[in-house]
Design a protein around this ligand. Structure first.
Ligand SMILES: Nc1ncnc2c1ncn2[C@@H]1O[C@H](COP(=O)(O)OP(=O)(O)OP(=O)(O)O)[C@@H](O)[C@H]1O
Length: 458
């Protein structure tokens, strides 16, 4: 690690400089911001020790500047004043740790060791992520998600998506079970296309109420119905030169489908209550997890609209059909959540992989992600083991109605108790972690006679 100490007190920087040198670090000292900027631009500094109270400048501004210019640099702030407000702000702006003057060399050593561990972990994670990531770093930043996988099936999906990116006017239909990553693919297509600098709007077709639907898509003119207090543009106009992502397309009400078809074909909309046609240049990416052709047969979905929407068709296979993606996804999610929940030392017992490789993942990647989140939150030690991934109890729960397994009961009781403890006996959060409703949690607590409060409290 290369360390820079920035403080206006010469005695302080000299003392710390000596300490760092003797501890084997390459250190630099600066008593002015100007000098610090010179060193930052000419050396590869990993860690900045920053006094937040330098006369005439705001330490927080320096922190912000450093975090923008050198996002990977860690910062430990020091202050003689114990000014908690500034400290809280500094931590929010990305400082890793805080020391209050005067501090012992031992305190600094501990802070540096933590920083170094975190730094190494981050490097390891970045390396792993890049190894298993199918997309470039810049695309990852644009879509604001990672896309992990190694299987030939998912590589084919990515290839088709990048190809769809090249044909920015062709509508794309993405099919696949829930949680397979359809929205990820929609984002990849948009951001790798020439429409990337314009809007990508994601609309869940079954989340809009019937009467508002038409005005949401086409916009409306002021006064066209009660409540239309001003002119409003609709989704199609909003996505001019961009992309409209229609999720759950199969649920689109039948009476709206003909109107959508017309706008999609003519690239023209007429706002509700108006007569003036408005030209808008959008591309539609739609997604569904049901067999839309069945809906066509049942006369629930228009065949002509389907033909308009699926100029290109991308199908994402379920996770159980591309099992080689399970391990890289698992490692990726564990690493993300151990950072998020501040458990950097968490390790994985290899036995987990065995169990998960046999599991069918009806909820696909989303289920795996939630499973890992729950395991990382609930894990009390530093090793994630088979107990943290209650796959067996999931399988067993399918036969719960027929057999009163003692084993299953104890797994369930333990899990509920662990979750209650982790959430400090908050039933709403516990139910969320366990993926069940609050009512179901209360029923289970009653059934197993589990206390509502911790034993120590009652
Ligand atoms: N290959 C992948 N790499 C990393 N994360 C993924 C991958 N595939 C899916 N995910 C994650 O899984 C979760 C579910 O993905 P997404 O919402 O895209 O699925 P979906 O198919 O659109 O689901 P639904 O049909 O329910 O809308 C998200 O958190 C997403 O980031």
């Amino acid at each position: 690690m290369e360390v820079l100490i920035l403080d206006d007190e010469i005695g302080f920087t000299e003392e710390l400089f000596e300490f760092f040198k003797n501890s084997g670090y390459k250190a630099y000292e600066a008593n002015t911001v100007k000098k610090a900027r010179e060193i930052l631009s000419s050396q590869k500094i990993d860690l900045l020790i920053l006094d937040v109270r330098i006369p005439g400048v705001s330490g927080l501004d320096i922190l912000k500047e450093v975090k923008i210019k050198f996002p990977k640099m860690e910062v430990i702030v020091v202050s003689a004043h114990g000014d908690m407000d500034t400290v809280i702000k500094a931590i929010r702006f990305g400082a890793f740790d805080y020391l209050r003057k005067p501090f012992r060399h031992l305190d600094m050593q501990i802070a540096i060791q933590r920083t170094q561990k975190f730094h190494e972990l981050n490097q390891k994670i970045n390396h792993l992520e890049e190894k298993n990531s199918l997309i470039s770093k810049s695309l990852k930043e644009k879509i604001d998600r990672q896309f992990i996988g190694v299987s030939p099936q998912i590589q084919k999906v990515l290839k088709q998506s990048l190809l769809a990116g090249n044909y920015a006017d062709a509508n794309v239909l993405i099919t696949g079970e829930s949680g397979t990553g359809k929205e990820n693919i929609a984002r990849i297509i948009h951001h790798s296309s020439s429409r990337r600098d314009h809007e990508l709007l994601a609309v869940n077709s079954n989340a809009i109420t019937g009467s508002l639907l038409e005005s949401e898509f086409f916009g409306h003119k002021k006064g066209s119905f009660t409540g239309a207090n001003a002119d409003k543009i609709g989704y199609f106009e909003f996505c001019d030169k961009g992309t409209l992502f229609l999720d759950e397309i199969a649920d689109m009400p039948f009476n709206l489908q003909a109107k959508l078809l017309r706008s999609i074909e003519e690239k023209v909309v007429i706002r509700v209550g108006d007569t003036k046609p408005i030209h808008t240049d959008f591309r539609i990416i739609s997604a569904t997890n049901v067999n839309i052709e069945e809906n066509v047969n049942k006369k629930k979905f228009r065949l002509d609209l389907l033909h308009r929407l699926n100029t290109l068709h991308i199908h994402i296979p379920p996770l159980r059909e591309r099992r080689s993606d399970i391990k890289p996804l698992l490692i990726y999610f564990i690493n993300s959540f151990k950072i998020k929940f501040n458990k950097p030392n968490l390790k994985i017992d290899n036995i987990i992989f065995k169990g998960l490789m046999k599991y069918n993942f009806p909820g696909n990647v989303r289920e795996l992600r939630n499973m890992v989140e729950r395991a990382v939150i609930l894990c009390e030690g530093e090793l994630l083991g088979a107990d943290d991934f209650p796959i067996e109890s999931k399988k067993a729960s399918e036969i719960e109605n027929n057999s009163d397994s003692l084993n299953l009961k104890s797994v369930e009781v333990n899990l509920i108790k662990k979750a209650l403890k982790a959430t400090k006996y908050n039933q709403k959060s516990t139910a969320e972690i366990l993926g069940i409703s609050r009512d179901a949690l209360i029923r289970k607590m009653k059934k197993h006679e589990i206390n509502k409060h911790s034993q120590e409290e009652s």
